[in-house]
Design a protein around this ligand. Structure first.
Ligand code: SF4
Length: 341
C-alpha cells in the first residue's frame, strides 16, 4: 500500500506551486428533484421512495432557484453548476433560468444539464462559462452496470463539442462505486483527451434502498484526489463532502482539491459542522473565501431591486429570500454560539 502521507505532501506541494492558499464552497443549484433517467443504481433518484415523492412534473419554481443564487453569491459560495431539470423543463425554460442566474451572479456560470446539441450550446453561450458532464465512474464495464441508461458517449461527444466552441469543460466522478485504483489511468486519459478544465469528485453516500452500504474511507477518497492533483497540477479539482463525513474536509484539501462542494450548507448554516469545515480549511493552510457560518449585513431588498427582472418576479424572489434567511438565522441561533465580529 502506497504511503498516503507522502502522496498528500506531494499533492499539497503541487497545489501550492500552482494556486493561492485559498479555498471556497462550490454550490450546486438543483432545478428539480426528479430525474428523467432515474436508473443509476447508486442514486437516490432510482429508489421507489424518491419516485413516489417527486413526480416528473415537480419543478422548483424560478423565484426559489434565483433566491438561492442571490444568497449564495452574497455568502461567497461559488456556483458549482446548475443541474437537474432535464426533460422536465423545456430547453427554452432552461435557457431562461440559466440567463437569469448569470444575471444574479453578474458573470457567466457553469451548467450540468445533460447532453446538449450544438444549437443548444450556441444559445447558452452568452450566459455559460463551462459545461459539466456527470460521468459517475470511468470504467466502461462498471459504468454500463451502474448507469445502464446513461451511456458515456453522448457526454463525451458534448464535452468535445463544447470545448471546440470555447466553453470550459468538466466531469463528475463518484468514488466508492466498486472502481479499482487501476481505473485511474482511464480517468487520466479521459481528462487529457477532453482537455478538461475541472473535475468534481464525490464520495459515495450510500442510499437506503440501493445495494451500497458504505462510503469510501477518507484515505482512499483522498488518494484519487491526490493522484489527480499530482498528474494535473493546474486542473481545478472540486471535492464533495458527505453530510455524515464532514471530517473529510482537511484531508481532501491537503490532497490538492481547490475547494469543497456537496454539503447541505443552508440546512447546516452556522452549525458546529459548518464551523468545523471552516476550521479544517484553516488547518489545511487555506483561507476560506466566503462563509458558511456568518450572515453578511446585506440589504437584501436593494439586491433584489437592482436585478433586471419584472416586478412580479422580484417580489416573489424577495419573499422567498426573506423566508430562507430567516430559516438560516434560526438554524444558526439554535445550534451554535458563533460570535459576530
Ligand atoms: S445519477 Fe444522475 S442521471 Fe443517474 S439517476 Fe441519479 S440524477 Fe439521474
Amino acid at each position: 500500500m502506497e504511503d498516503i502521507k507522502s502522496l498528500l505532501v506531494e499533492a499539497n506541494k503541487t497545489y501550492l506551486a500552482n494556486f493561492e492558499p485559498k479555498t471556497w464552497f462550490g454550490r450546486c443549484i438543483f432545478l428539480s428533484w426528479y430525474c428523467d433517467v432515474g436508473t443509476c443504481d447508486f442514486c437516490f433518484r432510482s429508489t421507489i421512495k424518491h419516485k413516489i415523492r417527486h413526480a416528473p412534473t415537480a419543478k422548483r419554481n424560478l423565484a426559489t432557484i434565483l433566491a438561492e443564487g442571490i444568497i449564495g453569491k452574497e455568502l461567497g459560495w461559488r456556483l458549482e453548476f446548475l443541474t437537474g431539470g432535464v426533460r422536465i423543463f423545456s430547453f427554452e425554460e432552461l435557457l431562461d433560468i440559466t440567463k437569469k442566474m448569470s444575471e444574479v451572479y453578474g458573470e457567466k456560470i457553469w451548467i450540468n444539464l445533460g447532453s446538449m446539441t450544438e444549437e443548444q450550446l450556441d444559445a447558452l453561450k452568452p450566459y455559460v462559462e463551462g459545461v459539466c458532464a456527470s460521468i459517475e465512474t470511468i470504467d466502461k464495464k462498471l459504468h454500463n452496470q451502474i448507469c445502464p441508461d446513461k451511456p458515456i458517449k453522448p457526454y463525451s461527444d458534448m464535452l468535445r463539442l463544447a470545448k471546440s466552441k470555447g466553453f470550459k469543460t468538466s466531469m463528475t466522478i463518484v468514488i466508492g462505486l466498486g472502481e479499482e485504483k487501476t481505473h485511474i489511468e482511464n480517468m487520466f486519459k479521459f481528462i487529457e483527451e477532453h482537455k478538461l478544465d475541472r473535475i468534481t469528485f464525490y464520495a459515495l453516500k450510500p442510499v437506503t434502498g440501493t445495494k451500497y452500504t458504505k462510503s469510501p474511507e477518507v484515505e482512499y477518497y483522498a488518494w484519487w484526489i491526490a493522484k489527480t492533483r499530482v498528474r494535473f497540477p493546474k486542473l481545478e479539482i472540486m471535492a464533495g463532502l458527505t453530510p455524515k463525513r464532514p471530517e473529510y474536509a482537511e484531508m481532501i484539501l491537503c490532497a490538492g482539491a481547490n475547494a469543497i462542494t456537496k454539503f447541505p450548507v443552508v440546512k447546516q448554516f452556522g452549525t458546529e459542522v459548518a464551523k468545523s469545515i471552516e476550521i479544517q480549511a484553516k488547518n489545511a493552510g487555506r483561507k476560506f473565501i466566503g462563509s458558511m457560518t456568518k450572515l453578511p449585513k446585506t440589504d437584501w431588498k436593494e439586491k433584489v431591486t437592482a436585478l433586471p427582472f419584472d416586478e412580479e418576479l422580484k417580489k416573489r424572489i424577495y419573499d422567498k429570500l426573506c423566508e430562507e434567511i430567516e430559516a438560516m438565522q434560526k438554524i444558526r441561533n439554535k445550534k451554535t454560539d458563533i460570535d459576530d465580529d
